[in-house]
Write a protein that binds this ligand. Structure first.
Ligand code: GLU
Length: 483
């Protein structure tokens, strides 16, 4: 049988990093085994539906490079792939009725007031009220009559009050729960829509999903899903429940972090390939200590048995580093096009922008690092002459003044302000005076940049600035140091 996984997002807004990780792992598990990756839109919760969210889902998958084999726009014979469309066809209703016939589900007519009066208990930190099976007291005929008479109803699962239910997860192993812990969850809501709890089982079966991969918040409901599979007599899929993703404070990655969604990360200038690579390692680790992966490499190496159960920490510093690695690997032409808007934020003068881009390519982690690295080309910043002092280079303001005064006339007569010629001129001077390289380069670079750290050396900077501006900056340095 062909391995089939599905990504089943609810269109409720931005694409959370956790959802993207589910999609990625589902894709990798399917593709690693030569199987199919399917998209199903779970829009049964009409109140949570957000306009435009479905488009975000498609755009994200496309940017992340996760091509799907079947989905709303690509029918593979298991459609429709949108739950609201499946509801219209009566699919969920029909299966819910089947369970009622089998005694595995029942109609419930309780109104809000009655439900609110039921005693609550705290499950997994949330207050829930376990339904007391009151409506099971109606005979099937009585229930049918009420439905025929137009009384609003829901259909609930009928869970046993004795015994245990066991299910298997590939990462967590066998998990057994007391049936008394299983509440009679709603399968079909009064608006005729199925709940997620019911629809996921029906659809995973009808779509022949073999591996259900999702966040571990669904672990506690899985025994109830298993009871549904058993009630229908359907094979239970392989379950892979993925660990929680936390922020550096070890709390669930939330919107407050500012980097919890794919869109947030793109807006901050992260490259889609780097994000995907980073997310692949949020829970999974390869056999080797390789960290940079193409999608194809991930497909080849992805073994879901190597996913950890421990929460994975979203380390934004690591993502920045990884993004820098992707920028280094990028073809120059593409890099240049992407870097240009950031260069133009601070450079208006007719300077050689391509050379400036070359300088920063290996020095940035994010596009937004660019402006602060290069703004000194546009204008010499105000700087403190203490910057001329460098212990290792054995320079101080006195030695710097001397050097700048000595080298100025030499640089005044150089015609060709190319890095090569300038470098030779400086090195000749260094050799002639028997100085150390740094003893000259440090003050020169400080004078022409006004910065402690620059993306290039003194002569490369002077090549970009040109003769007039370079000499002007050296004279300014002499002036500042003479005060
Ligand atoms: N619609 C569910 C969600 O977005 C899907 C969970 C699952 O993959 O089964 O969380």
């Amino acid at each position: 049988m062909k391995l089939r996984t599905r990504f089943a997002p609810s269109p409720t807004g931005k694409m959370h990093v956790g959802n993207l990780r589910s999609a990625l792992y589902e894709y990798l598990i399917a593709k690693h085994a030569g199987g199919d990756f399917i998209i199903r839109i779970e829009d049964t919760d009409q109140e949570r539906f957000v306009e435009g969210a479905t488009e975000i889902i498609y755009a994200t998958l496309e940017k992340a490079g996760l091509k799907y084999d079947e989905g709303p726009e690509r029918d593979g014979g298991f459609g429709p792939y949108v739950q609201s469309e499946r509801k219209v066809l009566g699919i969920y209703h029909q299966y819910a009725e089947q369970l009622v016939e089998k005694g595995e589900a029942y109609y419930c007519f309780c109104d809000k007031e009655r439900l609110a009066s039921l005693k609550t208990e705290v499950v997994a930190g949330m207050e829930v009220s376990a339904y007391d099976k009151n409506c099971l007291n109606f005979s099937p005929e009585e229930a049918k009559n009420k439905v025929a008479g137009g009384q609003p109803y829901v259909i609930r699962q009928n869970n046993p009050q004795t015994g245990t239910t066991t299910f298997h997860d590939e990462l967590y192993g066998d998990i057994t729960v007391e049936n008394t812990e299983l509440d009679d969850m709603i399968l079909l809501k009064s608006d005729g829509f199925p709940t997620y709890n019911f629809a996921n089982v029906v659809d995973d079966h009808l779509m022949e999903i073999t591996h259900v991969v999702r966040g571990n918040e669904y672990l506690s409901s899985s025994p109830k899903y298993n009871r549904l599979y058993e009630a229908f007599g359907w094979p239970v899929p392989v379950y892979v429940h993925l660990p929680l993703i936390t922020d550096s404070d070890h709390k669930k990655l939330s919107k407050r972090s500012g980097h919890s969604s794919f869109e947030d990360l793109l807006n901050q200038g992260f490259i889609p390939e780097a994000i995907v690579n980073f997310i692949a390692l949020l829970g999974w680790s390869p056999e080797s200590n390789q960290e940079i992966f193409t999608l194809t490499e991930l497909v080849n190496q992805f073994d879901y048995k190597r996913i950890s159960k421990a929460p994975s920490v979203f380390d934004i510093g690591k993502l920045r580093w990884m993004n820098g690695e992707y920028i280094k690997m990028m073809e120059f032409e593409k890099f240049y096009q992407m870097a240009l808007p950031y260069i133009r934020q601070v450079i208006n003068k007719p300077l050689n922008l391509m050379k400036i881009a070359e300088m920063v390519k290996t020095r940035i982690e994010l596009w937004s690092d660019i402006p602060a690295l290069i703004d000194f080309f546009e204008e010499l910043p105000e700087y403190d002459t203490a910057m001329y002092t460098h212990k290792k280079m054995k320079t101080d303001s006195e030695s710097a003044l001397l050097i700048l005064q000595e080298i100025l006339p030499i640089l005044e007569v150089v015609e060709d302000y190319s890095n090569k010629t300038l470098y030779e001129a400086v090195v000749d001077f260094v050799a002639h005076k028997e100085y150390k390289n740094g003893y000259v380069m440090w003050p020169l670079r400080t004078a022409v940049s006004g910065k402690q750290m620059t993306p290039a050396g003194a002569t490369e900077i002077m090549e970009i600035l040109g003769k007039d501006e370079s000499l002007r900056r050296i004279r300014t340095g002499i002036e500042l140091l003479s005060k």
